[in-house]
Design a protein around this ligand. Structure first.
Ligand SMILES: [Zn+2]
Length: 274
């Protein structure tokens, strides 16, 4: 029965995706020029205070926070981190524990240390439900602790951000559903029946999608996904398919507010030198 439901959900999303893409949401796009200078222009177009700790969001001001999900190519992420630091931009790099670059080697350790010495924060890019999916007898905490403990040799690690992939939609889960703090009335999800733990059980303090952002920008899939959050906290893919995707205009909307919190998600691989 569960397989049928998952198959049905996958099909429904595929159909919905095709239907929505025919509607051609018109969105300003940067996709043809994701150069270093385009990135700086983008960041400079934001009228707000950049913060490095999303657990300390100023209440009465406009503030924004930059998150980088390192899905592939750690060397490119390091290149981009050096470029940001040279330009006075400090951000948070989320490292993907089940990617081949996360190999516990000395080389990997050196790159993590370099990211930290540049002033950036390191955090955890979470794909634990994919590991659990492969072997459902596995304990979530024992899947999470080895990579977290490795990173914690070099710095505190307080943040996590869920990794998304098309296959997760087909299977019917979003990685943040592993957290007890996941609230289906506040965040998009499938409500998969999986083992759940608290962020605190593995020493984490926040999940990036649960932060109280009022505006969200994401470059996922080399798109420009932007929306004013309001009561809905959609996942990136749903934001992209939704009429609520206003792309880069989300920056103008944010700049108009007296206060608010803009979360920016970039994938370094899409930006700068190839
Ligand atoms: Zn990811």
């Amino acid at each position: 029965m569960r397989e049928i439901v998952i198959y049905w959900l996958g099909n429904m999303l595929n159909k919905r995706g095709k239907k929505m893409s025919k509607k051609k949401n018109v969105v300003n796009t940067l996709s043809s020029e994701r150069t270093e200078s385009a990135y700086l222009n983008f960041i400079n177009s934001i009228n707000g205070t950049r913060i490095v700790d999303p657990l300390n969001i100023p209440k009465l001001k406009r503030s924004y926070w930059i998150r980088h999900d390192v899905d592939i190519s750690l060397p490119h992420a390091l290149y981009f981190a050096e470029f940001e630091a040279k330009n006075g931009i400090i951000s948070t790099y989320f490292l993907l524990h089940n990617n081949e670059y996360f190999d516990y080697s000395e080389n990997f350790a050196n790159i993590v240390k370099r990211l930290i010495s540049l002033g950036h924060t390191i955090a955890f890019h979470n794909d634990v439900l994919s590991l659990w999916w492969e072997d459902k007898t596995k304990d979530i905490i024992s899947l999470l602790n080895p990579p977290l403990n490795f990173l914690r040799q070099f710095s505190t690690v307080e943040g996590t951000a869920c990794h998304g992939h098309a296959c997760h939609y087909e299977r019917g889960y979003i990685n943040y559903e592993v957290w007890k703090e996941y609230d289906p009335t506040k965040n998009y999800g499938f409500e998969i029946k999986c083992p759940k733990i608290s962020l605190n059980d593995v020493g984490l303090k926040y999940e990036a999608y649960f932060l109280p952002y009022t505006h969200l920008y994401s470059d996922s899939g080399k798109n420009d996904i932007g929306y004013v959050v309001g009561n809905s906290r959609m996942f990136e893919k749903d934001a992209l398919l939704s009429k609520r995707n206003i792309g880069l205009k989300v920056i103008d909307e944010f700049n108009k507010e007296d206060s608010g919190f803009l979360e920016l998600l970039f994938h370094p691989i899409y930006w700068g030198r190839k």
